[in-house]
Write a protein that binds this ligand. Structure first.
Ligand code: HEC
Ligand code: HEC
Length: 376
């Protein structure tokens, strides 16, 4: 049983930067890093810049106009029920930290991502631009729910989309990450469950579940709210200039069998690495995710910054495979760019990186450029 005081939805009651600074302080506490000072954006270019940032970094999955589901479970950011109940802090933390182990990476430079605090502020303002009405006054009566009863309701009504442990499923986002639950008030959760999310598969449960059942489900979801699920670390994005690109340069070429002339099964790539075949592996996700966990020897080539690698890749028929978590959108963008440049022996790892990790295939992490000749 848990009653959480719910604050009214503020319009910038707390500046976005406060969250980001909180995160930065957390970093200082955990890693001893000094946060860089934010540079305020020039007002004249604010909107144009923000649109460009969105187009470059976000449209791939959330769609060019925030309509959602351009790939994976990327949500409908322009949904009114969402925008009119989510605070700026909610948006800023989602963008800065991401949702660990999903296609939503952390974009703040403090975590190895590509954006600084001012740019994340800009994105929050840009997304707010889709909001058509004032914030909805949420019913902040405390939730008095029974998580045991809620777990049964959840299993019957929610698990098929959100996953048995709210970890995210085939068709819907996760609901169990700290970066979500720490920002989603009980009233925010209750509103989403009662009204659903228009224009998405999320149904409204008003009339299907009674008020007590809804509070029970909220209490059940609260059980997942624990400490940050990834230890924050200050890491600079890696420089590919210093990295060795080819794994096992003296090895033979792998024998890949592609599906639809494009997708290589993860197991074939695992075998090729184990057999020390000559191969280049590219990680198409934001660099923050590359730092956390990656396929051994993978080179960071985030989907938003492909050009620098192209000049450095060998044009001698070495196989190049790319992967992401979404599971094809970012890696597909990288492979399309390479193919347009004439690289033919290229493929997307079919099942994506989460499958790779779930299968227990080898991974590595951290900022040190890997030595491709080293044993796994
Ligand atoms: C590679 C795909 C991908 C890209 C690129 C991406 N997102 Fe996401 N985003 C997702 C997914 C998937 C989720 C849901 C994650 C989950 O399961 O919790 C998400 C969740 C979010 C959420 C939380 C939504 C909610 O309802 O709780 C926000 C806000 C968000 N993204 C904003 C952005 C912004 C802004 C950018 C650009 C900087 C961006 N995303 C780039 C895939 C992506
Ligand atoms: C048919 C699939 C489906 C079912 C069933 C379903 N959901 Fe959802 N739910 C979704 C999708 C998809 C979204 C994301 C909508 C969007 O893009 O904004 C969502 C969003 C949400 C959100 C809002 C998250 C946010 O950040 O905006 C909450 C809370 C939620 N669901 C809780 C539940 C609960 C609790 C149940 C069961 C009572 C449930 N859902 C049942 C598909 C479903």
């Amino acid at each position: 049983m848990r009653a959480v005081p719910v604050r009214a939805v503020p319009v910038r009651a707390v500046p976005v930067r406060a969250v980001v600074w909180f995160v930065a302080l957390l970093l200082v506490a955990c890693g001893g890093a000094t946060p860089a000072s934010p540079t305020p954006p020039a007002p004249a270019t604010f909107e144009a810049d923000a649109a460009q940032i969105y187009a470059r970094y976000c449209a791939l999955c959330h769609g060019p106009d925030g309509e959602g589901y351009a790939s994976d479970n990327a949500t409908r950011l322009r949904g009114q029920g969402f925008l009119r109940t989510a605070t700026d802090d909610f948006l800023a933390l989602a963008i800065a930290r991401g949702r660990s182990h999903t296609a939503m990476a952390g974009y703040l430079d403090q975590f190895g991502g590509p954006l600084d605090e001012a740019q994340i502020d800009q994105l929050v303002g840009f997304i707010r631009g889709w909001q058509e009405g004032p914030p909805i006054a949420l019913d902040d009566a405390p939730v008095e729910g029974d998580p045991e009863a809620g777990s049964l309701v959840y299993g019957e009504r929610c698990a098929s989309c959100h996953g048995a442990l709210a970890q995210g499923g085939e068709s819907a986002m996760s609901l169990n990450r700290w970066t979500f639950l720490s920002q989603a008030s009980d009233a925010f959760l209750r509103y989403a469950i009662v009204h659903g999310r228009e224009g998405t598969p999320m149904p409204g449960f008003e009339g299907t579940l009674d008020a007590q059942q809804i509070d029970d489900v909220v209490a059940f979801l609260r059980r997942f709210e624990t400490e940050p699920d990834v230890v924050p670390r200050h890491m600079a994005p890696p420089s590919i200039e210093a990295m060795t690109l080819i794994r096992s340069p003296d090895g033979e070429a792998p024998d890949f069998t592609l599906r639809e002339e494009r997708f290589v099964p993860a197991a074939q790539v695992r075998d090729a690495i184990a057999e020390r075949r000559r191969l280049i592996v590219l990680d198409a996700r934001p660099t923050s995710d590359w730092l956390i966990e990656r396929i051994p020897g993978a080179v960071p080539v985030p989907y938003y910054d492909i050009a620098p690698i192209i000049a450095r890749l060998p044009r001698d028929g070495t196989w190049i495979v790319a992967y992401c978590g979404c599971p094809h959108a970012a890696s597909g963008q990288v492979i399309d760019a390479l193919r347009a440049e004439g690289f033919e022996r290229t493929a997307v790892i079919d099942e994506g990186v989460w499958h790779w990790i779930e299968q227990g295939y080898p991974t590595e992490s951290g900022p040190v450029p890997p030595d491709p000749a080293a044993p796994n």
